[in-house]
Design a protein around this ligand. Structure first.
Ligand code: NAP
Length: 337
């Protein structure tokens, strides 16, 4: 089977590449080539900015694929461009959506593919829903599959409430600084290692039972946000200094974070993946969060240049902490007994 990943060297797509190669597939990547040396041996690399349709058309030439996985489409116009490019070049078009598209506030904590899609809080999720609608309406004869991952990480990611793809929160824990966990920390959350995700995704490629279907792919480990942060701290050999702050307060203090908290992380999200297991019987959770995050932290600590701090994330955390202290002092001044 000949497959194309748009992306290929990213958080999800790199593990999918390893899995597809291990399954004997012929793997092609389409990306800008900003990560030389990251694609495993044997991958055919095409170089173009996917937002430049003419350039993509040029590098694709007369190539065609049994399946094309669009990892980096976020807006309907981007999906439209992919449909134009791949209608005659793909046996299956696979769109990576997001489990954050499911209805918020959640009406039931257990989510299946038939849970309605509606997220009044988060533009990112509404755009993914619009992409899904467009595929259903416009793909025509092109077989398609929609994948909805939940929070998924690989080496180099430290998934926390405030950031995942950088070192900021890990660095704060190591420096003994406070970190924020939203609410009382007891909402349940699903984290999936990209290596497990990859088994599900690759199992759906060229799988006629997945044509015309949306499929969610995630592990079966439900963790509280409190335990996620304590697990990370413990893997770093530190105690986490957790400050609980309501999601509504975070959203008011930092409106840019409102979507991610009120439209996603504030709610308990448990997923019933029986559809995936029916379609890909060898899918299972093999990497616990404790093990996966330890591997990721080991990888990051092996080379300090990998530990990228995002100053914006740190500043936002500090601003929310300061606002929270002021609000707490207002109702109960510190020093009062
Ligand atoms: N991780 C999660 O928790 C999660 C949860 C739900 C949904 N998702 C979805 O998963 C998808 C992300 O997948 P991912 O993590 O594998 O991707 P990623 O890490 O965000 O993407 C990076 C890959 O895309 C390439 N790329 C980026 N911009 C490009 C451009 N303009 N033209 C060509 N190539 C470009 C990069 O290579 P170059 O830089 O070399 O171009 C790299 O190969 C998104 O659709 C996201 O919404 C993720």
């Amino acid at each position: 089977m000949k497959i194309l990943f748009i992306g290929g060297t990213g958080n999800l797509s790199l593990e999918c590449t390893h899995r597809a190669l291990a399954r004997g597939m012929e793997v092609w990547h389409l990306n800008r080539g900003s990560h030389p040396g990251k694609a495993p041996e044997g991958v055919h690399s095409l170089q173009a900015d996917v937002r430049d349709e003419a350039a993509v058309e040029r590098v694709l030439g007369r190539e065609s694929f049994d399946a094309v996985v669009d990892f980096i489409a976020y807006l309907p116009a981007q999906v439209e461009a992919s449909l134009r490019l791949f209608r005659e070049r793909a046996g299956q078009y696979v769109f990576i959506s997001s489990a954050s598209a499911y209805r918020k506030p959640a009406v039931h904590p257990v989510i299946t593919e038939s849970t309605p899609l509606c997220n009044p809080f988060w533009q990112y999720s509404r755009d993914k829903i619009a992409c899904e609608d467009l595929i259903r309406a416009r793909a025509g004869d092109l077989p398609w599959t929609i994948i909805r991952p939940s929070h998924t990480y690989a080496n180099g990611w430290v998934p926390t409430a405030f950031s995942s793809s950088d070192w900021t929160v890990a660095g704060r824990i190591l420096e003994g600084k406070e970190i924020i966990v939203h609410g009382d920390g007891q909402a349940l959350w699903t984290l999936t290692h990209a290596r497990d995700f990859a088994v599900g995704l690759v199992g759906l490629l060229g799988n006629p039972a997945a044509y015309g279907e949306a499929v969610q792919i995630m592990g079966d480990e439900a963790l509280t946000w409190e335990s996620i942060h304590r697990t990370i701290a413990s893997a770093l050999g530190r105690e986490a200094r957790i400050v609980h702050i309501p999601s509504d307060f975070i959203a008011r203090a930092e409106p840019s974070l409102a979507g991610g908290f009120l439209g996603d992380k504030a709610w308990t999200s448990l997923f019933d993946c029986s559809k995936l297991r029916r379609l890909v019987p060898d899918f299972r959770t093999t990497i616990s969060f404790q093990e996966g995050v330890r591997q990721s932290l080991d990888w990051l600590r092996a080379d300090p240049s990998r530990q990228k701090v995002d100053p914006g994330v740190g500043e936002r955390i500090e601003r929310i902490l300061a606002a929270w202290r002021r609000a707490m002092d207002e109702v109960w001044p510190s020093g009062r007994t």
